[in-house]
Design a protein around this ligand. Structure first.
Ligand code: NAD
Ligand code: UDP
Length: 318
């Protein structure tokens, strides 16, 4: 099996590369490092079945030899990142999806699109089921990510319907864990980094908005199972345990033993008020549900960030 993963040097992509190598696949990682990190795939670089291609997937990619699976994970995913790179984000979600679908058609490869809970926007239905069409502001600041992913889903279904491609769409909800960038601006690295440095934890708005956090190993398992089905419509992949951001910040303070205060700041435009996946479809179709609870996942992630911060400190002293 030869598996191509775009965005393979990113947070989720690097865990996927590792998983497919462990399963005996040949893995081709395609990344332009706009938000990814070479260190994420350091352990794989010298593996005989691993190849890294530095390439912007918004431009067509030619590849020699067979490809059995293509997983399109390239895209900035943190709101801070995609607000910094709005046009790049629109291009990789649209042109990048088109290019990878074209490659899948040529190679007769199985295809999986990394979609997102953001296709539901600021949802008026709660929890979110796959048959909900969403509530997205197309011209708002988050529109560059949300609409690119919605376009990507439409393109993927069109390739399935028109060309009979074996496609899959995972709607991924907030996922966290080792290899997130400490400075990517998402709530988990932000608050954990602040707690570990003894800085105030920045909660946006009054902190009553909710999210449901999935540990990365659980997500990877769901993705691998989804790739191996004959199901082509979107499937929510996430952890249904919902928490308000304020309570989440309190959990981080308690778990890290930090003395940091929590401070409230302005709520970003169009920030979804609630988010929780209905995972009935994934349960029935994949026999899957998350296994790692938030406390354990957070403990592991805090340890990872603690180590990274210690390394950074050592680096500064040298
Ligand atoms: P990330 O920013 O850590 O990883 C994205 C990777 O894609 C990076 O390595 C980046 O350099 C690469 N990339 C971006 N544009 C590229 C391009 N044009 N060509 C080649 N490579 C490019 O983000 P992540 O959290 O690992 O997210 C990965 C995927 O999963 C994204 O598609 C994202 O939309 C999706 N997703 C993630 C989450 C989450 O909570 N982590 C939630 C929903 C969806
Ligand atoms: N958030 C916060 N403080 C931070 C970073 C984010 O309160 O330092 C909030 C953000 O406003 C949102 C939630 O945490 O309500 C999740 O934000 P994140 O950027 O992780 O991703 P989102 O789920 O919004 O895509």
């Amino acid at each position: 099996m030869r598996t191509l993963i775009t965005g393979g040097a990113g947070f989720v992509g690097s865990h996927l590369c590792q998983r497919f190598i462990a399963e005996g696949h040949e893995v081709v990682c395609v990344d332009n490092f706009i938000t990814g990190n070479l260190a994420n795939i350091e352990g794989l670089r010298n593996h005989s079945r691993f190849t890294l291609i530095g390439h912007d997937i918004s431009h067509p990619l030619e590849i020699d030899g067979p490809v059995d699976n293509i997983l399109h994970f390239a895209s900035p995913a943190s709101p801070v990142d995609y607000l910094r790179h709005p046009i790049h984000t629109l291009k990789v979600g649209s042109l990048g999806t088109h290019n990878t679908l074209g490659l899948a058609k040529l190679k007769k490869a199985r295809y999986l699109l990394a979609s997102t809970s953001e296709v539901y926007g600021d949802p008026e239905q709660h929890p979110q089921r796959e048959d909900y069409w969403g509530h997205v502001n197309p011209i708002g600041i988050r529109g560059v990510y949300d609409e690119a992913k919605r376009f990507g889903e439409a393109m993927t279904m069109a390739y399935h319907r028109s060309h009979g491609l074996d496609t899959h769409i995972g709607r991924i909800f907030n996922t966290y864990g080792e290899r997130m960038r400490l400075d990517d601006g998402r709530v988990v690295p932000n608050l954990m980094g602040q707690a570990l440095r003894g800085e105030p934890l920045t909660v946006y708005g009054d902190g009553s908005q909710t999210r449901s956090f999935c540990y990365v190993a659980d997500l990877v398992e769901g993705i691998v199972r989804l790739l191996n089905t004959d199901f082509h419509e979107p499937v929510n992949l996430g952890n249904p345990h919902e928490v308000s951001i304020l309570d989440f910040a309190k959990e981080i303070v308690a778990l890290s033993g930090s003395q940091s205060p929590i401070v409230l700041g302005p709520l970003p435009q169009d920030d979804p008020r609630v988010r929780r996946p209905d995972i009935d479809r994934a349960r029935k179709l994949l026999g899957w549900e998350p296994k790692i609870d938030r406390r354990e996942g957070m403990r592991r992630t805090l340890e990872y960030f603690r180590t990274r911060l210690t390394m950074e400190e050592k680096g500064k002293k040298q």
